[in-house]
Design a protein around this ligand. Structure first.
Ligand code: NAP
Length: 376
């Protein structure tokens, strides 16, 4: 039963607006839906076991034609949901981001996340915590094959030879026989990010190394990150294995719709990084009001927003309470609110992360040192 409850299912029910066939939730947005639909003769699907009392509550509030769905827990649903990559490999829709979690702290963060139900961890050579991620994976008590680990080939690696040794080094550092996915972190080295030179040849070379490692069974999937349309076209024109994902900056107020569509049309899954805008979304009062309306936190709203766009969500936290909160996203943002959220004034100031190239900043020696200092 829980298999039906994927985003497409909910969105279909929502957007088709079939007469007498709307959806309510037991929590946390039940009150809102009740308010919205109390005048309709609506069938209500309630996720969660033993909700007879909730059904009675709805009847008392004027609902008729109620259907109960018997599924165990709303909070774990998203953790069980997966996308299928173009090569048939399944990838959990929610992953734990680990940028700025130290190599030491990430061990516990991975264990906590797995304990909560996360099965997907996102790291990178550049985060300097691959070793800790590997340790967490090996000591978390869940079988390796049930976990999905992504790492990233450093943005500066733009030759075949360096890419080959760099891929092997990642596996060695993590202490793993294989990674579930490895992606090119950026089409340009960080210090050149946003410049005219797109490093087409270097990216084709790095891609060739990833393809080889994929074919050799060292990587179950391969992909790219921060790739714009010309960067994707460059790889697609010459590859023997198509990229399976493009991991890009996508969050409320910053939704690169054209790139998302272009990528998805090529059969490539889009992963949304910084779904909480690196924490900056928490300061946005307009977004706060909408989150309040749904009875959810801003990070929950941000995560649900990208999932509802059909993207994979990668929120970062080492705090178990935040991990749980971020996985409790079984509510629906209405089409009207999705539009509002898409058009929220774009966040341009990413606070003390503004110097990062992914947020439009420029890296120099000073900012690189400050980044290393922050990472601890
Ligand atoms: N491919 C790339 O170039 C690229 C670039 C950036 C990021 N990424 C990936 O995407 C991941 C996420 O992006 P991000 O690290 O920029 O940040 P993010 O997930 O957008 O935001 C993280 C911030 O939100 C806070 N937060 C998260 N959940 C919360 C909750 N439930 N309640 C309150 N605060 C919450 C965190 O605080 P606490 O830590 O205190 O919980 C942290 O300050 C990264 O870790 C990385 O794996 C990839």
């Amino acid at each position: 039963m829980s298999k039906e409850l994927n985003a497409d299912f909910w969105n279909h029910r929502w957007t088709t607006g079939q007469t007498g066939w709307d959806i309510g939730y037991a929590s946390p947005a039940l009150t809102q839906y009740m308010e919205q639909y109390k005048n309709k003769n609506a069938a209500i699907l309630i996720p969660g076991c033993g909700n007879a009392h909730e059904a009675a509550f709805l009847v008392a509030n004027g609902f008729t034609n109620i259907t109960l769905l018997d599924i165990s827990s709303t909070a774990v649903l998203i953790l069980e949901e997966k996308f299928t990559l173009s090569n048939g490999v399944e990838i959990p829709k929610l992953g734990l981001g680990t940028w700025f979690i130290s190599d030491k702290d990430v061990v516990q963060a991975v264990k906590d996340a797995v304990q909560i139900g996360y099965r997907h961890i996102d790291t990178a050579q550049a985060y300097r915590n691959e070793r800790g991620v590997g340790e967490g994976i090996k000591s978390c008590g869940v079988k390796r094959e049930e976990l999905f680990v992504t790492t990233k080939l450093a943005a500066e690696v733009k030759s075949y030879k360096k890419a080959v040794s760099s891929i092997d080094q990642s596996l060695k550092t993590m202490g793993l026989d294989y990674a579930d996915m490895m992606i090119i972190h950026s089409p340009q080295p960080w210090t050149k990010f946003g410049e005219a030179e797109r490093y087409f040849e270097g990216n084709r070379e790095a891609w060739r190394a990833l393809e080889e490692a994929y074919k050799a069974g060292k990587l179950r999937a391969i992909g790219v990150s921060n790739f714009e349309k010309p960067d994707l076209d460059n790889i697609l024109a010459s590859c023997s294995v198509k990229p399976m994902v493009n991991q890009i900056l996508a969050h409320i107020s910053n939704t690169p719709k054209e790139l998302i569509k272009y990528t998805q049309d090529k059969g490539i899954l889009v992963e949304a990084y910084s779904p909480v805008a690196h924490g900056e979304l928490l300061k946005n009062t307009e977004v706060a009001k909408i989150a309040e309306k749904y009875g959810v936190t801003i990070p929950q709203l941000g995560i649900r927003y990208v999932l509802q766009l059909g993207l994979l969500a990668l929120p970062k936290t080492a705090n178990p309470a935040h991990m749980k909160n971020n996985a409790d996203v079984d509510f629906i943002i209405s089409e009207a609110d999705m539009d509002v959220l898409q058009n929220v004034e774009q966040i341009k100031d990413y606070g003390n992360a503004s110097m990062m190239p992914v947020y439009g900043g420029k890296l120099n020696l000073k900012s690189m040192l400050s980044m290393i200092f922050r990472r601890g």
